[in-house]
Write a protein that binds this ligand. Structure first.
Ligand code: MN9
Length: 290
């Protein structure tokens, strides 16, 4: 997992007006991102609206992305589900396609015991025999990962390779890095990317990299070369944009921005609401800042 680092785009899923997947735009989005210098894609996660898709659609996206991206960048397939068997089915498919790793959000909805959540991860790792990234997103499911639980899980299964840390608890990120040297940790909230890197993250996975990939690649390189002032400037520029997007719907704004940049992204699937007229106006202001 030594080469798993840098900026990974949590890939959006372009849709047609009838909410079907727009494969043509997906290819364009992949090219645009690779040209921006990103190191990899996180496919079929929250940003990709995977939780609003059928199993077949999730497989279709995994396949389309691999076909378009080839071996040019690293690919992590998000396979998380409420059902362990669905997750394993996706992980086996990602393996067959040649993905570099899989990742899974904790099984949400039922409020499972810690023992059950750990077993879900062990089952996915054992069945797929793929490097597995725990998608730590407590706001979505209440699964309270901490450094003790992480240490136990990394000890129990060597295929557990890393964590996508979508949490503002950066002390926990540091504790995980300190206690589990082999853990590859990606920062998950773009607005604190630099903070996550400074606390030891190996890279960052995020939705705003779909259209701000080059800015975050520059931020990452500035941080690694010790130019903290430049990295802070880039983070602040990005965070000002993200703050506006958070008020109007992050994914809806991202799709609107990319559409205006020339890649037709369509709407987000229901129950996401369409971007409001105020949101569209706000996006016009953001475009001027890009
Ligand atoms: O994949 C994204 N996480 C979620 C990462 O959407 C849950 C982030 O990129 C956020 O969209 C972004 C805005 O809060 O940081």
């Amino acid at each position: 997992m030594n080469d798993m680092n840098g900026i990974f785009t949590a890939l959006l899923t372009p849709m047609n007006a009838d909410y079907s997947i727009n494969d043509n735009s997906l290819k364009k989005l992949i090219e645009f991102n690779i040209e921006s210098g990103i190191n990899g894609f996180y496919v079929g996660g929250s940003t990709g609206e995977a939780m609003l898709m059928t199993q077949e659609e999730r497989k279709h996206i995994l396949k389309s992305v691999k076909e378009a991206a080839g071996n040019r960048v690293k690919l992590i397939a998000h396979v998380g589900s409420t059902c362990t068997d669905f997750a394993i089915d996706l992980a086996l498919y990602a393996k067959e396609l040649g993905y570099d790793a899989v990742s899974a959000v904790a099984p949400f909805y039922y409020g499972h015991t810690l023992q059950a959540v750990k077993q879900y991860y062990y089952d996915i790792a054992a069945a797929s025999d793929m490097p597995l990234f725990i998608y730590n997103f407590p706001a979505s499911n209440g699964f309270g990962l901490n450094a003790d639980i992480a240490a136990e899980m990394f000890e129990a299964d060597e295929r557990i390779a890393g964590i996508k840390h979508t949490s503002t608890d950066l002390f926990m990120l540091r504790q995980i890095k300190q206690r589990i040297p082999r853990a590859v940790v990606f920062n998950g909230f773009d607005e604190i990317c630099l903070a996550g890197l400074s606390m030891g993250a190996d890279g960052a996975i995020g939705s705003t990299y779909n259209f701000m990939g080059s800015k975050f690649v520059a931020l990452y390189n500035a941080f690694r070369s010790g130019d903290i002032e430049k990295a802070q400037k880039l983070q602040n520029e990005a965070s000002d944009i993200i703050a506006v997007m958070c008020r109007h719907g992050v994914f809806q704004c991202e799709k609107e921005i990319l559409t205006r940049m020339g890649i037709e992204m369509g709407p987000c699937r229901r129950p996401f609401l369409p971007l409001s007229p105020e949101g569209k106006k706000a996006v016009s202001g953001l475009i001027a800042l890009l």
